[in-house]
Design a protein around this ligand. Structure first.
Ligand SMILES: [Zn+2]
Length: 459
């Protein structure tokens, strides 16, 4: 057997099963052999000694946002940042009121020469043009996931420069998805009518704390819309995915309703597993959904470990800190996150006995690959898959320093935290793009992933 690259001596972490000592052979960008200890290897052009390291399938961040860093260079900075965090693939959201025909061509031309890791796009659908053209986006651009904001109703949508939508639009969107071969509909679930009344009342009362802001979006606003989204999906037959689930209440309602409808999938994000509204954090930590309570944190860890939650993703928004240092009602929402996902789940999850390595490989590799039509090329270590690997030193402790990670953003919710368990090498299709906390690959190595529903199994 001869290989372009042989990763030898490491412990391979397979999604859903016990880690095993194996070597991984890669040729032509794909995995061509898994070699048990003791088997002979004749020849490899390059060898990486992974002794003492764990070898994960290339990890996938299926929830990042494009359009918040410097317009042209964001594909360079944010894929650099992803590579630093061990990510081999990112899937980013566009949100625009334009036709995505124009957006897609323009953004792909900017991304292709700059990306360090593989990438794909989701489109947010918010107007009649998007609905009419959805089939073209699936067929021509390989976009098989669309986001719908249940909170961008009427005035709320127009305030953001979008046409306002409503339940009639949502119903048509789900029916269109079924006709188009079941692209996944990502539903932001938030009952904005409840939020708006609470916000107006709090503002009139002069409330301005971080906790006030969090409490203006109580868990019922997430859970009620989640139940309605499941109801709509069940009645139309569409497949839905709920991003950034943040509350114990939403988990309980999901468990109750998924008995009747299985094509609904959940995602959570690291900050809901580590931060609470009591931490007195200030406007910089404003995210939507908001941070919640210790009981919610514990419920989310349990649900991530037991399979209720399918995917862990960052909700990465690479703005500068200054855009967030405003009054609590004016500050922008979201914060950067891709590069700290793995150290957070290893440090706060694995090392604290809350989640196994095999389960981490499911929520960061196999499940996002399956649900977003990146499988079978991505998401697992098997012969025939892309040679994407994330090499991890479980015992390495480092302090989070945003300046070292390379995002356009200049802060992190984990700034100053010492986390144990870091990626030390990122390999994309057989090429090392990050080695020991330095990006070494050439820009443009990352490829656009044109997705097709038929390439993945249904489910
Ligand atoms: Zn998001």
């Amino acid at each position: 057997m001869s290989f372009d690259l042989l990763v030898t001596g490491g412990t391979v972490v397979f999604p859903g099963r016990k880690p095993e000592p194996q070597s991984v052979g890669i040729s032509g960008g794909r995995i061509t052999a898994l070699i048990a200890p003791g088997e002979t290897v004749t020849d490899a052009r390059n060898t990486v000694d992974a002794t003492g390291l764990h070898v994960f399938p290339g990890i996938i961040d299926c929830h990042v946002h494009f359009g918040f860093a410097e317009p042209v260079t964001e594909y360079s900075t944010e894929t650099h940042y992803a590579a630093m965090g061990g990510f081999t693939t990112i899937v980013g959201y566009f949100l625009s009121n334009e036709s995505y025909r124009a957006v897609f061509q323009r953004e792909l031309a900017l991304a292709a020469p700059r990306a360090h890791v593989d990438f794909a796009f989701h489109c947010s659908v918010a107007n009649e043009t998007h609905l009419r053209e959805m089939g073209d986006y699936v067929r021509d651009f390989g976009v098989t996931s669309f986001k719908y904001f249940m909170n961008f109703k009427g005035e709320e949508g127009r305030y953001l420069g979008l046409d306002g939508t409503d339940d009639g639009y949502f119903y048509d969107l789900l029916r269109a998805a079924v006709r188009l071969g079941d692209p996944l509909i990502v539903c932001h679930t938030e009952n904005i009518e409840i939020v708006n009344r609470i916000r107006r009342r709090y503002q009139a009362e002069g409330k301005t704390s971080f906790r006030d802001w969090c409490e203006s979006k109580p868990a019922i606003t997430e859970a009620e819309n989640l139940v309605r989204a499941i109801y709509f999906a069940e009645k139309t037959g569409a497949r839905i995915y709920i991003p950034h689930v943040s509350s114990e209440l939403a988990l309980a309602d999901y468990r109750r309703h998924r008995r009747d409808f299985e094509h609904c999938y959940l995602e959570t994000c690291p900050h809901y597993l580590t931060h609470t509204m009591d931490m007195d954090l200030g406007s910089v930590y404003k995210a939507n959904p908001p941070l919640r309570t210790r009981a919610d944190v514990d419920a989310l860890w349990a649900a991530l470990a037991d399979g209720t939650i399918h995917v862990l993703a960052s909700d990465h928004v690479p703005r500068k800190r200054a855009t967030k240092e405003k009054g609590i009602w004016q500050a922008s929402q979201g914060f950067p996150g891709t590069a700290t996902v793995l150290p957070v789940v290893l440090s706060e999850g694995y090392h604290k006995g809350r989640i196994s390595l095999a389960r981490i490989a499911e929520v960061l590799c196999r499940e996002p690959a399956r649900l977003f039509d990146l499988a079978p090329a991505k998401g697992d270590i098997r012969v025939g898959a892309d040679g994407d690997l994330t090499l991890v030193d479980l015992d390495l402790s480092r302090k989070v320093d945003p300046a070292e990670l390379g995002s356009h953003s200049d802060y992190s919710p984990y700034e100053g935290w010492t986390l144990k368990g870091w990626p030390v090498r990122t390999i994309v299709r057989g090429t090392t793009v990050m080695d020991r906390h330095k990006v070494v690959g050439a820009p443009g190595h990352g490829r656009y992933l044109h997705r097709t529903r038929s390439a993945a199994h249904a489910g």
